[in-house]
Design a protein around this ligand. Structure first.
Ligand SMILES: Cc1cc2nc3c(=O)[nH]c(=O)nc-3n(C[C@H](O)[C@H](O)[C@H](O)COP(=O)(O)O)c2cc1C
Length: 201
């Protein structure tokens, strides 16, 4: 038997995929980009964990429209270039020592906007997966009121051609390489170790 040790981690970032949310208020010249990793999906609903002090949450409360863009590992440096910024002009006090306001994260990170078909915020052309989505539910994460659990229904999914299996809606799992965030380090996907009995191909 493996013996264990009780530890008290300050965060529980054991490893989740990185996503870049694009959001915008009506009339905004430039949409905002928010790197997150608290994201998972059940059916066609994504569940996101978002800090209330961020621009993404403000924009989502305004109109509920977003694109969930999934980068691959090649984009980690672009993401890190925007990581210490916020789209909130009056940077919230708890973030002021580490973050600064940036109205155009696209230029800073070297990202290219591509118009969406259904929602207002643009997609990020460099991300291999881009999901247009709309908020269906907002729930406070805890009593402190620091964060919100966002439910967002995926309305349309775009993938780079290299990921698409021609003539189907399947994603080529050999071509798609998600990036994971583990205790604030970026990781590429490792090798396949097995296949589930329900895998479709
Ligand atoms: C890889 C990565 C993952 C992150 N995950 C989350 C997350 O899941 N939820 C969250 O609220 N903030 C997360 N953050 C922090 C936000 O990106 C940060 O607070 C940023 O300033 C928010 O930008 P905005 O205010 O323009 O929306 C993450 C940052 C990085 C770099």
């Amino acid at each position: 038997m493996n013996s264990t040790l009780a530890i008290e981690p300050s965060v529980f970032y054991f490893g989740t995929p990185v996503a870049l949310l694009t959001t915008a208020k009506a009339g905004d010249e430039t949409a905002n980009i928010t790197p997150i990793s608290s994201a998972w999906a059940l059916g066609d609903t994504y569940v996101l964990g978002l800090s209330n002090g961020g621009k993404a949450m403000r924009n989502l409360r305004d109109n509920g429209e977003l694109v969930i863009n999934l980068p691959d590992a090649r984009l980690w440096e672009s993401i890190e270039r925007i990581a210490d910024t916020t789209g909130v002009a009056d940077v919230p006090a708890p973030k002021r020592d580490k973050y600064r306001f940036e109205p155009d994260k696209w230029t800073l990170g070297g990202f290219t906007p591509r118009p969406s078909g259904i929602v207002g915020p643009p997609r990020i052309a460099e991300c291999p997966v881009q999901m247009e989505a709309r908020v269906t539910n907002l729930t406070p994460l805890d009593e402190e009121g620091d964060a919100t659990i966002v439910h967002a229904k995926v309305l349309r999914t775009h993938v780079h051609q290299a990921l698409a299996v021609p003539g189907t809606s399947y994603v080529d799992v050999d071509a798609w390489k998600p990036m994971y965030y583990t205790f604030r380090h970026y990781f590429a996907q490792g090798e396949r170790v097995g296949v589930n009995f329900r895998a479709e191909r």
